[in-house]
Design a protein around this ligand. Structure first.
Ligand SMILES: [Zn+2]
Ligand SMILES: [Zn+2]
Length: 111
């Protein structure tokens, strides 16, 4: 009987499913996630202006990252194009608005 040597022979390892994903695909997916939020943000700033709805502090265009979009009804997905559910709040007022407890964790993913 001939003895077989198995040295060096390896079962083919299952390829990673992700290896077929191109960088472009990944980027596209990331955009899918982040674009709705950045979209309504810019739109709200355009509609309501670079001013805090609460303390009336005005912001320069370069400081507009300090203004955040608050959803009046607390529903993130409610984004009417006329801006009726948005309020531009500076980060301080926005935090204050949410620190009342109702929507405490809602603020963290809003920005
Ligand atoms: Zn403010
Ligand atoms: Zn808010």
């Amino acid at each position: 009987m001939r003895r077989r040597t198995y040295g060096g022979y390896r079962k083919p390892v299952a390829k990673k499913a992700d290896s077929s994903k191109s960088v472009a695909d990944v980027v596209r997916e990331l955009k899918k996630i982040s674009s709705p939020s950045s979209n309504y943000r810019e739109r709200s700033l355009k509609i309501h202006g670079l001013i805090c709805a609460k303390c009336a502090r005005e912001f320069d265009y370069k400081d507009r990252h300090l203004l955040t979009v608050h959803h009046k009804d607390g529903d993130h997905s409610n984004n009417p194009s006329d801006g009726s559910n948005w309020e531009n709040l500076c980060v301080y007022c926005h935090e204050d608005e949410h620190s009342r407890g109702l929507l405490g964790d809602y603020f963290s993913d809003e920005k």
